[in-house]
Ligand binder design. Structure first.
Ligand code: SF4
Length: 358
């Protein structure tokens, strides 16, 4: 990656990565009782459950059993506007709850844990980001969905990983120069694929950042017939080894549509549940997160996503706490770039659900 394009150095030490939460194991009986209790609460409160692919299988199963959805971040938000339920319970991270509220202001939006956030969001604070934008006022501001409502409100466009490339190509065709935030790896990938003039914010995802290229080379030699599936939040050296680069939905689709029987997967291992559900006979192998002597903080699983559990979900529904609120004028400003993306997808006939996001 050309460091000339990285105009702002994020202080990585400022992004504190929490320990993985340790949920007390539940017996089958306890799990059944808890899920029945949650189902009753969802019903009583006219609530729909939307869960991200990176959350635990328990939550994904529950969302599907109760008529909710399991999806990428954009589909989670879009689902919210399709269902009639008055309440949406978003099992994911903070920006997903906020996006759901931005698109569906009339609904009550709850989250199991308000501390569940994202290193990309944490590494792109509005004040610093605004200064960055002011310093490059000639550029069109494109931000990834993994940002706060404030950062979205400062942007011209919001994109997900599934639609970033067509939108940037469209802007480049109009001769626009782009300011991209916050994920430098996804931004670099889009830059390579589109040839656009892009200035990158220096942010990254703690999960994808940890995949190691030498260890991946080694595991590819052990499994020579395995296809390598890579989410574009991964570093370039990992993307260079990919057979498929794509959003979560695109990677899930690749597992069921490709003839390979083995896959090395470079994204959060929470996605394995859905992949295995759709292609039970295929072998899924985690892309290594630590080379010799290295350590990992996330180890291919997002600690913030893991804050969502049956226990925290039940507690939220019981207490009604953890409601997402967004100031009306901020919401209006944040909606504009989000709506622009949705309209673009509509006009281009891009089926976001099939192409997916992160
Ligand atoms: S996996 Fe990465 S991008 Fe996704 S929520 Fe966690 S830190 Fe953010």
């Amino acid at each position: 990656m050309n460091s000339d394009n990285l105009q702002t150095k994020t202080d990585k030490s400022a992004v504190e990565v929490p320990e993985h939460p340790h949920w007390p194991p539940l017996s089958e009986m306890e799990k059944q009782q808890l899920t029945s209790h949650i189902k009753r609460l969802l019903d009583e409160q006219d609530a729909a459950l939307v869960a991200h692919y990176y959350t635990s299988p328990d939550l994904q199963i529950l969302a599907e059993e109760t008529g909710g959805c399991v999806a990428d971040s954009l589909e989670m938000a879009r689902f919210g506007s399709k269902v009639k339920s008055k309440t949406l319970v978003v099992c994911g991270v903070r920006f997903m709850g906020e996006t759901a509220k931005i698109i569906n202001p009339e609904k009550r939006v709850l989250m199991p844990d308000m501390e569940a956030t994202c290193s990309l969001d944490l590494g792109c604070k509005i004040d610093e980001f605004s200064r960055f934008c002011d310093a490059h006022a000639d550029r069109t501001i494109v931000v990834y969905a993994n940002t706060s409502a404030e950062v979205k409100a400062r942007a011209d466009w919001v994109v997900t990983s599934g639609i970033a490339l067509p939108i940037v190509k469209h802007l480049a065709e109009q001769g626009k120069k782009i300011l991209w935030a916050p994920d430098k790896h996804l931004g670099h990938y889009v830059q390579q694929m589109s040839g656009a003039d892009i200035l990158l914010w220096d942010g990254s995802c703690v999960v994808h950042e940890e995949f190691k290229s030498v260890a991946l080379e080694r595991i590819r030699r052990i499994h020579p017939d395995a296809a390598v599936l890579v989410h574009p939040e991964s570093p370039q050296a990992i993307i260079d080894q990919a057979d498929v680069v794509g959003s979560t939905t695109a990677l899930i689709k690749a597992v069921s549509s490709m003839d390979n029987l083995e896959f090395i997967v470079a994204t959060d291992r929470g996605i394995f549940h859905k992949m295995q559900q759709q292609a039970p006979n295929k072998l899924l192998i985690e892309c290594p997160t630590a080379g010799d002597g290295a350590s990992c903080q996330s180890c291919a699983h997002c600690p913030w996503m893991e804050m969502n559990s049956l226990q925290t979900l039940a507690a939220t529904l019981e207490s009604g706490r953890n409601t997402i609120e967004i100031d009306a004028s901020l919401r209006e400003r944040a909606l504009r770039p989000v709506q622009r993306m949705l309209d673009f997808a509509e006009q281009q006939g891009i089926q976001m659900k099939k192409r997916g996001d992160a």
